[in-house]
Design a protein around this ligand. Structure first.
Ligand SMILES: NC(=O)c1ccc[n+]([C@@H]2O[C@H](COP(=O)([O-])OP(=O)(O)OC[C@H]3O[C@@H](n4cnc5c(N)ncnc54)[C@H](O)[C@@H]3O)[C@@H](O)[C@H]2O)c1
Length: 263
């Protein structure tokens, strides 16, 4: 361990169970010396196992629906109280599409579901950053990271309206990165992660086949949730202070491959 996050305070969204990318990131952040609070929706807190993660990390869970500005304001103010100061890093690992969950094909999507997909998986990132910005909650040279997927750029049948949400998520990172950079040197980036066998991942039809295929195509193989945690920790650290407004592929090289014979 390198003490990369010693003295840093954070908020981590989206740890549902041990497979969650946010769960793995919380454990790595703890190892690197960070203090943070965890958050998820009341339903996910009840159905998942986040309280055991909180115990392992010696922290608390503050319930919040990421689509509710009121919940976000409460979360940010409680987090600053608990941690005793401004926030150095935030992980937005939030995603859900009712259309994908119900296996509704893209050409047939229900628009109420579509709005929910966009609100939960993309606009919540704007709501979160606007809340942090207005409350002047981010410390200088802080870092905000959201998790994306290459379906924002290329079409993967089965990913449905989540592709549109990820495209918007990445755009929000670029747009808000300007204001946050100018205000207090805060970085805003998205990490575009390999297919990963988590609850959200397994909600995508055909994810397991896709996982096998991308494992073969990617020169380094798929990046695991633990690999992602390592990468996100570097983005929270002081070693990446000039990286902002980027969509950073973390996918074993998959995004640069063309049609290729696999070994
Ligand atoms: N698993 C993959 O293949 C993969 C690949 C690339 C990107 N991602 C992204 O990584 C992020 C984390 O997903 P994961 O794969 O760890 O799965 P996960 O199911 O463990 O995490 C998704 C989380 O989103 C939370 N969430 C849903 N609605 C919410 C709301 N309204 N408010 C707050 N939280 C809410 C869930 O409770 C859950 O904890 C997501 O943005 C996902 O799209 C996943």
């Amino acid at each position: 361990m390198y003490n990369l996050l010693k003295g840093k305070r954070g908020i981590i969204f989206g740890a549902l169970n041990e497979q969650s990318i946010a769960w793995r990131t919380a454990l790595r952040a703890k190892e690197e010396g960070a203090e943070f609070v965890l958050t998820n929706t009341p339903v996910s807190i009840r159905l998942g196992t986040i309280n055991s993660l909180a115990e392992q990390c010696g922290t608390i869970v503050i319930p919040a629906d990421a689509t509710s500005v009121e919940d976000l304001e409460h979360l940010v103010s409680e987090a600053m109280k608990h941690l005793g100061g401004k926030i150095d890093f935030v992980l937005h690992a939030v995603g859900m599409s009712p259309n994908v969950r119900k296996n509704i094909p893209y050409e047939d999507i229900d628009y109420n579901n579509f709005f929910k997909t966009m609100d939960i998986s993309a606009i919540s990132f704007h709501k979160l950053m606007q809340t942090l910005y207005k409350m002047d909650a981010m410390a200088e040279y802080g870092s905000i990271v959201a998790l994306s997927y290459i379906a924002a750029q290329r079409t993967f049948v089965g990913y449905g309206d989540m592709a549109d949400a990820k495209a918007m998520l990445e755009s929000i990172a670029r747009s808000f990165g300007v204001a946050f950079g100018r205000k207090c040197k805060v970085r805003v980036n998205t990490v575009s992660q390999s297919p990963t066998l988590t609850s959200a991942g397994q909600g995508i039809a055909g994810l397991k086949d896709l996982y096998v295929q991308t494992e073969r195509v990617s020169p380094l193989g798929n990046a695991s949730a633990d690999d992602c945690a390592d990468y996100v920790v570097t983005l929270f650290s002081d070693l990446t202070r000039k990286v902002t407004m980027q969509n950073l592929y973390h996918d074993g090289g998959f995004s640069s491959m063309g049609a290729t014979l696999c070994e």
